[in-house]
Design a protein around this ligand. Structure first.
Ligand code: ATP
Length: 928
């Protein structure tokens, strides 16, 4: 069956005339009917590939129990069992199992969430069905569908080409061959070589790097060549991210620290307090377990997954969890202009010919408005140059205007806004687009590309009108290829003076931030009329007649100004890298606040960049800079140089040629709306609204994640202090001060009450202050001196004083005073329970205090994190259970408390919160 399908593809490739191909695939030039599509969907199924299987679930599950930390806990538990300390062993193992299950659950949910994100970006394709062009989901394609493809599209099925203009495809997914392969629509007589060598067939899973084409779907889904190898491309190993690496190092360091402390405590207990070996051993073991940061890994996953989901709601889809952390350290954003900083909602508002200049009224894509010369309305038919300008612009345009219908109340466009607005302008000038398109049939297109910055169409003349090639593009590029110009309907030689006049008009508009496109035309030299395939870029786009300028306004996006301000505050540099003209680029950059309005800014064009050495470029990159008239390939060089300067670079892109820069950047950002499939594949993040502001929001989330992991560490490390201090007192007093906290009680904090609130910190919202500091250096570690000081010498210190005080307080009320403290019986159990309670209540304050680094906890997000409050309730309930459930009392050595103890405990959080609020106030006022 499979071979049959392969042969079918080859058979279709060998057919010489289109009619037979249509016949064989039971379709027509106008596409399939709705009924035929329905029938074929039933017969052939959806056009999808079977999901490649990843690592089996059981293996992922097991991995959560074999990390270094987990192994340490297994061993600790085992030793406890061997030493006949069953309860301790059970406690340690239980925690290990809970921790492992929880990690797995978090990872599983995060995986599901990222998979769901992929579904938010369905693949579309353009088809002709029932004689109408439609955009459908690629999975709905059936054999016989007529598909239209253009540069940057992913090829959705195995397709026999019917028309092809300059098509180059990337077939590396099929053949491993990285060089682009040319394809055309000619029949193949002798089939040799591989299936992928069929010159007139393009294959699913590959992508179109250049040109445009129309083809017929031959086979879909698993019957395609890619379908057959899809199963082989499984188990792609993901690299481990810098954060994961750091966490591995961190757990290793903390585990080593825990073991060192454990051994030290064991030795001190044996030799200073003269504990029996087994008791000293339990003591040491307890310390080890207490110091291991059990919840760390699930918290990180929870935090990353939460951020990814929040980003998705804010129009930024991250493909890998790990990209979130890189986003947080981004120090430079290289951003496109059109569509990202501006709305890409073009409206032609001026027209210019060498003798006249016009204004155009009306807004949006509704063809309602006038063309005015001064106050006087003009019609194109009365003004030959204006007519040719509008007609040329219209014919060299692939977009379509869709009138309001039952789905949309307003005028919509299909295609590029830069092109669509030209049709609108033509209509305003009294030209009938439908009619003009009928009287001139397009026979060839030399498609637009961002390198030469123009495009040309060749039309078959049906009427007396003279010109048959129409070119539109960047004025400086078009003008270079013109040697004459149109004035009052006559072709005149283009002098240096006229060139200057044209460029002066162009610059005048550009300085106002307007986008200018020139239109040129010419008669197609006769030799190419018969051999149209010889009409190539090199011989058509030269010696052209300049007709005029169309000037369009693209309003800046409203959110960009605030986002740019935020970036400046966060010391993130924004570099505009655009294909547009230097003056337009500079004006917009200033207008939207990307560069300060009055600052000196260096505008470097693509041409100038070519002449610059890397050193010169690096020097220029240190100041305010805008890149204009850039070819997408040049972005790669900019990114590379920035990276060599130690910057973490986010770069935006939408076209095929942007892919190398997107891959090279630390964060490649593709446009969801205007982006090609190729760009989206190369990127790490996709903006569903193409909006620059969404990148900034994502960076804030990224920074938030890192800060959340730190909050978590701060919280769990700080509790180690009050846990350790009582034991140190016990050791240093040579046992004179009985242990204020038993080992089982220490474990009940670390492995019980602390877990949920700590996790809650991982879910915290990114506070605004994360954008008030410079980007984190990649060399900076999660745990630094500041964090340790804050954990041990601030939060930890307060908690140690209070918990140790609580111990003496309880003893005092039970009638014991130092040095005759209770060392057994109910009074001792009560004293240790109060100490335990004091630490737990200190931790309640700590979790609330750790939520925000600088901001007061009493702010708009106070109630937003339900996990924190659930954690606090859980903490208190668990403590109540430990205190009042007899069996737990027996295991943990606790005793019921007096009402005065409760009163004391309940009061603990308030002063702690107050002190920390005062500290934060000083921090905010920059007094400390
Ligand atoms: P950005 O790179 O910021 O998105 P851009 O849209 O100007 O800006 P390109 O798409 O590379 O960048 O376009 C480069 C230039 O080519 C434009 O400034 C314009 O002069 C010209 N141009 C853009 N689109 C077309 C088009 N459809 N037809 C002809 N010329 C075009």
């Amino acid at each position: 069956m499979e071979n049959e399908k392969r042969d079918f593809v080859t058979t279709i490739a060998q057919l010489t005339d289109d009619a037979t191909i249509y016949n064989q695939l039971d379709t027509t030039k106008n596409g399939l009917s709705a009924q035929a599509v329905e029938k074929r969907q039933v017969k052939y199924g959806k056009n999808i590939l079977r999901e490649a299987k990843g690592e089996p679930l059981w293996l992922k599950f097991v991995k959560n129990f074999t990390s270094l930390m987990a192994i340490l806990l297994w061993v600790a538990g085992l030793i406890s069992f061997v030493a006949d300390l069953t309860e301790l062993g059970i406690a340690i193992w239980a925690v290990n199992i809970i921790n492992g299950c929880f990690s797995f659950w978090q990872e599983y949910r995060a995986g599901k969430a990222t998979a769901a994100l992929k579904d938010m970006l369905p693949a579309y394709t353009r088809v002709i069905r029932e004689n109408e062009e439609k955009k459908i989901l690629a999975q709905e394609l059936v054999p016989g569908d007529i598909v239209k493809l253009e540069e940057g599209d992913d090829i959705p099925a195995d397709i026999r080409l019917i028309h092809a203009t300059d098509v180059r495809v990337d077939q590396s997914t099929l053949t491993g061959e990285v060089n682009p392969v040319s394809k055309d629509a000619r029949a193949i007589k002798d089939v040799t070589g591989n299936h992928a060598d069929l010159r007139n067939t393009i294959f699913s899973g590959t992508s179109m790097l250049k040109g445009n084409a129309i083809g017929i779907v031959v086979v879909t889904g698993m019957s395609t060549d890619f379908g057959k190898i899809a199963d082989l491309t499984q188990n792609v190993k993901e690299d481990i991210s810098p954060l994961q690496k750091e966490l591995n190092v961190l757990t290793r360091q903390l585990s080593a620290l825990a073991i060192t402390i454990g051994i030290a405590f064991f030795l001190l207990a044996t030799f200073v307090v003269h504990y029996p070996v087994v008791k000293a051993f339990v003591f040491g073991l307890g310390m080890i377990v207490a110091f291991i940061p059990e919840g760390l890994l699930p918290t990180v996953t929870l935090s990353l997954a939460g951020a990814v989901q929040r980003m998705a709601q804010k129009n930024a889809l991250v493909k890998k969890l790990a990209s979130v952390e890189t986003l947080g350290s981004a120090s430079v954003i290289c951003s496109d202009k059109t569509g990202t900083l501006t709305q890409n909602q073009m409206t032609v508002n001026h027209l210019w010919t060498t003798k006249h200049s016009y204004t155009v009224s009306g807004e949006g894509y509704e063809p309602k408005g006038k063309i005015l010369e001064g106050p006087k309305e003009v019609k194109a038919v009365d003004t030959p140059d204006l007519f040719e300008l509008l007609r040329g612009a219209l014919l060299a345009d692939n977009a379509k205007i869709v009138a309001p219908n039952e789905h949309h109340k307003r005028y919509q466009i299909l295609g590029d806004p830069t092109e669509a607005c030209l049709e609108v302008a033509a209509s305003k000038g009294g030209i009938n687009p439908e009619l003009e398109r009928k009287v001139a049939t397009r026979i060839k297109e030399l498609p637009f590309d961002s390198d030469r910055k123009m495009m040309t169409v060749i039309e078959q003349r049906v009427t007396e009108r003279k010109f048959d090639t129409f070119t539109k593009g960047a004025p400086n590029c078009v003008l270079k290829q013109c040697n004459s110009y149109l004035e009052d309907g006559k072709v005149k030689t283009l002098t240096a003076e006229i060139r200057q006049k044209i460029m002066a008009a162009n610059d005048g508009y550009a300085k106002q931030g307007l986008r200018v496109l020139a239109v040129a035309c010419q008669e197609l030299p006769t030799q190419y009329r018969t051999e149209i395939e010889k009409a190539t870029l090199e011989n058509v786009e030269k010696n052209m007649i300049f007709v005029g300028l169309t000037v369009m306004f693209d309003p800046p996006r409203k959110e960009v100004r605030a986002a740019a301000k935020l970036c400046h505050k966060a010391k993130i540099k924004i570099i505009m890298v655009t294909g547009d003209y230097s003056l337009t680029a500079e004006s917009i950059a200033r207008n939207i606040g990307i560069v300060p309005a009055d600052a000196a800014v260096k505008v470097i064009t693509g041409e100038e960049l070519k002449e610059m050495s890397d050193n010169e470029l690096k020097q220029a990159l240190k100041g305010e800079i805008v890149f204009a008239r850039m070819a997408p390939e040049q972005k790669y060089r900019v990114v590379t140089n920035l990276q060599q300067m130690g910057e973490v670079v986010a770069v935006t892109g939408d076209g095929v040629n942007d892919a190398p820069a997107l891959k090279k950047a630390d964060i490649g950002v593709a446009m969801g709306i205007t982006g090609t499939d190729v760009a989206k594949e190369a990127a790490d993040m996709i903006l569903t609204d193409d909006n620059f502001a969404s990148i900034v929001t994502a960076i804030k989330e990224g920074r938030g994640v890192y800060s959340n992991i730190r909050k978590f560490l701060l919280y769990i490390l700080n509790s180690n202090m009050p846990e350790a201090v009582p034991s140190v007192l016990f050791l240093l007093s040579g046992g004179l001060i009985p242990l204020p906290l038993t080992i089982m009680q220490i474990l009940s904090i670390d492995l019980g009450t602390d877990m949920l609130p700590a996790l809650g910190l991982g879910k915290e919202y990114a506070e605004d202050s994360v954008m008030e500091k410079p980007p984190r250096s990649l060399k900076q570690h999660l745990i630094n001196r500041k964090l340790l000081l804050k954990a041990f010498c601030w939060y930890g210190l307060w908690a140690s004083i209070i918990s140790t005080g609580a111990y003496f307080f309880s003893n005092y009320f039970s009638g014991y005073i130092f040095p005759h403290l209770a060392n057994s019986g109910t009074a001792y159990a009560q004293a240790t329970t109060v100490t335990l309670g004091a630490i737990i209540f200190c931790q309640i304050a700590a979790v609330l205090n750790c939520r925000y680094e600088k901001e007061s906890m009493f702010q708009r997000y106070f109630w937003n994190n339900s996990l924190i409050f659930a954690g606090i309730i859980f903490e208190v309930v668990l403590f109540l259970a430990l205190t009042y459930v007899p069996i737990l009392q027996a295991v943990f050595g606790t005793a019921p408390l007096e009402y005065r103890d409760w009163l004391f405990l309940i009061c603990i959080p308030f002063p702690l919160i107050l002190i920390d609020e005062i500290r934060k106030l000083f921090v905010r006022k920059r007094l400390i």
